[in-house]
Design a protein around this ligand. Structure first.
Ligand SMILES: [Zn+2]
Length: 269
């Protein structure tokens, strides 16, 4: 999601996956811990907190591997950095073709949705009732009420891990697919609109869409935190963290829109 690579620190964790160098910035652990902190107040809190950290780490790494591995297929190697509540896959050079850029952008959220699909297949292999409970669980996460059971009938900690993986991978993928710049969806929207309306017009439209949606979601998150539903068809979600994220993205899009309305080379007119 992030476009800029954070600086190196002495506490970075470094390793390789499928030959792709991965660097984990200390801020990643801090943000993940803050977001999962409430689990410590529950029964078996330490184990649930540890499950949350492992699930976030593996899910965000999977997302960035989706980008990096697809880039590698197109002959463009790269590396991954996990930072704050997100990450970045940095490719060695620009992709020549627009369609390649779009496929690489889709691959991050796409691999996460594929994981959710694989998990549902796994539950189906364990019985029809478990599949039904898994689907009900996903519907509940999306704010769609269902009458059926949501208990998978597994060990509570395994059930918790499955719940966390569904939650992180569904939400991370869906939020990343929103046409908000510089999320993956926002970059896809910019690429697509630029192809349809070349010469900068498409980019301006993409930044405008990005600004409006990010602003609406900021209000929705603040309203949700105050138990008010702002966008009727959306589940109540987000708190101050999500509001700050969408708010800063709305401001960023507004700034990009201003830059594109008044490009430096046309400032005199
Ligand atoms: Zn991404």
């Amino acid at each position: 999601m992030l476009l800029l690579e954070p600086g190196h620190t002495a506490y970075d964790l470094r390793f390789r996956v499928f030959g792709i160098p991965v660097r984990v910035h200390p801020m990643f652990w801090l943000f993940t811990a803050i977001l999962g902190f409430s689990a410590l107040n529950e029964e078996n809190g330490t184990a649930k907190f540890a499950i949350w950290i492992v699930c976030v780490f593996s899910s965000i790494l999977l997302h960035e591997l989706g980008h990096a591995l697809t880039g590698k297929i197109f002959g463009n190697d790269g590396h991954i950095v996990l930072y704050a509540f997100g990450g970045v896959a940095v490719h060695r050079r620009q992709f020549h073709h627009r369609w390649q850029r779009i496929v690489v952008l889709f691959a991050g959220p796409g691999i996460q949705l594929a994981l959710v699909g694989c998990m549902l297949v796994g539950l189906a292999c364990m019985g029809e009732e478990r599949l039904e409970a898994g689907i009900n669980l996903i519907l509940a996460l999306l704010g769609i009420p269902s009458q059926g059971p949501i208990s998978l009938g597994l060990h509570p900690l395994l059930q918790r891990a499955i719940f966390d993986l569904f939650f992180i991978n569904m939400f991370w993928a869906l939020i990343n697919l929103l046409p908000i710049y510089p999320l993956d969806g926002g970059q896809i929207s910019k690429e697509s609109l630029d192809a349809a309306m070349p010469g900068g017009q498409g980019e301006r439209v993409a930044y405008g869409i990005s600004m409006v949606i990010a602003a609406l979601l900021t209000i929705h998150c603040i309203a949700s935190a105050n138990h008010v539903k702002f966008i009727p068809f959306l589940p109540a979600f987000g708190g101050i963290f999500a509001a700050l994220l969408f708010g800063s993205l709305a401001v960023e899009s507004w700034q990009l829109l201003q830059q594109h309305r008044h490009p430096p080379w046309r400032r005199e007119d």
